[in-house]
Structure formats: C-alpha cells, structure tokens
Design a protein around this ligand. Structure first.
Ligand code: DOR
Ligand code: ZN
Length: 348
C-alpha cells in the first residue's frame, strides 16, 4: 500500500438515520453510493416498534433505492417498556431485524417513547441475551440535574455498568461514543461490548459549536466534548481494536429546523464520511487501520460477512469537492463542513 492509495473492502455504516418519505428519498442515495449496508435507526414519528413496522419501513427504503446502487438496510426496533419479546424473537429469526435500539426517554430526537424504568424492559433484554440480539444504546442519562457534558459518563456508571453485571450475555453497542470514559468502558470489557464512533466526533470538539457564535450545524447528541475526549476517540478508532467501528449517525434535519431558536440535534455526513475518514486516518499515520474501522470490525461484531466489493481511494493534489447542501422536498440539508480541504478521492 502506498501512502497515497488505499484499497479496502466496501464500508458499512453501523448507525444511520434515513427518516421517511421525501427526506428518505433525498438522503438514501448519499449513503448507498458509499456503503453496502447500514444499521437503520428506528426513531421515526411514530417509531418502528414491531416486526411489521420494521418490514414495512424496510420495504419503503428498498423502494427508494436507486436501481444502480447495491445496498442492504439492516433494520432495528425501538425498545420500549411495552416491547413484546415474542415479536422481537420472530423478527430476528426471520431476518427482519439486526438489533434493537435503546433510547432513554427524552434523550434525543423522537425519543419520547424510550425506556424510563429499566426493570420493565428486562423480559425483552433477557430474551435478546439468550438469542444473541445486539442492543444499540444511546448512552446518555436524561436527568435534568446532570450537566449535558457529563451525561455519557453518568450513564455508564448508573445504567450501563449495572446492566452489564445483570446480563453479561447481552451484546451491547455503545452508540456514537463521545468521551474517554466511553472508550475506557468499552476497553474494560473483553466480550459482548462494542462501540460506534462518528466521523464528526473524530474531527470536532465542543469549540466548533460555541466559539465565535453558535454553530447549529455542529450540534448533535451526544454533544461533542472537550479536546481530550476527541483525542481518545481518535486513538480508539485508529487503533484497529475490533471493539470500535464506524457509525456515522448521519442525521438529516432541514436548515430551518437547525437554524432556529431551538435547533434540532443531528449532523449530516453521509456524502463525505469516507473521504474524511481517509484524511483522519492519514493524519494519525493509521491508513492501514481504516479498513478495520470502516469495513471489518462492524460485521465481525454483528456476526455478518465482510462485503465482497472493494473501493480504492487515492490522494490527489486537488481537493475533493462535496455538495455542501442536499436538496430535499422538505428544504435544504446542510452537510458537515470539517473546516479543511480533503485530498482523498475515489480512484476512477
Ligand atoms: O444528533 C442526533 N440526531 N443524535 C441522535 O441521537 C438522534 C439524531 C436524530 O435523529 O436526528
Ligand atoms: Zn443516531
């Protein structure tokens, strides 16, 4: 491998928001142009709660896919206190779903039906542990007394560590970790714990949101933290450690919803993530670990094969150009701007 050219198995995105309707049709091609598979978040309005909901949503996604794109959506169910373990078992055994998603109630966009009392979710969590169904976790407490920058660390202490002890067989994925605490928690577990890391959390710290004015397009949840945490995430992502893999959390909101007195959380990175990752991994002198992070570790955790197809990226003298907005019938969606030029391109 020369340092200007790299060939890797086609990547997957292990955490993605596609929405529905016109927004789905506008954003799906931005993902399916780059990724072979993605774990599709269930936080629609209303949420994806049952096997029937997941099947119907999957059909809508497949119908919206450009004919020339090869892409498989991997569906999830939204865990509530009322989730039926038998429906989950049937959905998993029939190949309709790949995981469940745990949102603590009120933690983020469309999370009102999430879990408040974890005891009430135990029957379904026990069934998942027995069947090996992964639980994707939005790891933030929602207690108003907890500072927003501490909510991930407190979630680990109050919820995740006790859940691990109670159900060590449950396969847990800490989604979009943003802290050194998250990295350390994952590293302290040898089995059944993994984590996704977003592209943007490898690039920005909280200054990007607040310095020189409020930058709503840099706001997502969990919110970016201070620099030492970004560095810990970079170290984890570029280490090759199989417990860490890419989940972009690419989350479209139209500009009018972002640039508002109460702006929505979410950063859209579907169309520039792959090239940005090459840039980041090169900066860390870890281009040889990009494939593990983007294409190998995720399928290994989910027990799926690596994609057959390959992609080749090359570094050129001219910067790559990316759309800075995605046009949707609902309005424009701003694409994540890393604040620097990227010289990595797909090879012809
Ligand atoms: O920033 C975020 N946006 N974080 C989430 O957890 C949800 C997502 C969304 O759905 O917009
Ligand atoms: Zn998300």
């Amino acid at each position: 491998m020369s340092s200007n050219r790299i060939t890797i198995h086609r990547p997957d995105d292990w955490h993605l928001h596609l929405r529905d309707g016109d927004m789905l049709r506008a954003v799906l091609p931005e993902t399916s142009a780059h990724f072979a598979r993605a774990i599709i978040m269930p936080n629609l309005v209303p949420p994806v709660l049952t096997k029937a909901d997941a099947l119907a949503y999957r059909n809508r996604i497949v119908a919206a896919l450009p004919a020339e794109h090869d892409f498989s959506p991997l569906m999830t169910l939204y865990l509530t206190e009322g989730t039926d373990p038998d429906d989950v078992e049937a959905a998993y055994k029939e190949g309709v779903i790949s995981a469940l998603k745990l949102y603590p109630a009120g933690a983020t966009t469309n999370s009102a039906s999430g879990v408040r009392d974890f005891d009430r979710a135990m029957p379904v969590l026990e069934r998942m542990a027995a069947l090996g169904i992964p639980l994707c976790v939005h790891g933030e407490v929602t207690d108003p007394d907890i500072d927003i920058f501490d909510r991930e660390a407190v979630f680990i202490d109050r919820i995740l560590a006790p859940l691990r002890k109670r159900l060590p067989e449950l396969r847990l994925i800490m989604e979009h970790i943003t802290t050194q605490d998250g990295v350390e928690f994952v590293k302290s577990n040898d089995t059944n714990v993994g984590a996704t890391i977003t592209t943007h959390h490898l690039i920005i710290n909280r200054n990007a949101i607040l310095v020189g004015g409020i930058h709503p397009h840099m706001y997502c949840l969990p919110v970016a933290k201070r620099e030492k945490h970004r560095l810990a995430l970079r170290e984890a992502a570029t280490s090759g450690d199989a417990r860490f893999f890419l989940g972009t959390d690419s989350a479209p909101h139209t500009d009018d919803r972002k640039e508002s007195a109460c702006g929505c959380a979410g950063i859209f990175t579907a169309n520039n993530t792959v090239q940005l990752l090459a840039h980041v991994f090169e900066e860390e002198s870890a281009l040889d670990k990009l494939e593990a992070f983007a294409s190998l570790n995720g399928p290994a955790f989910y027990g799926l094969p690596v994609n057959d197809a390959k992609i080749t990226l090359e570094k050129r003298d001219v910067p790559a150009s990316f759309a800075d907005k995605i046009n949707t019938k609902d309005g424009l969606v701003t694409v994540f701007n890393p604040g620097f030029d990227v010289y990595w391109h797909y090879a012809e």
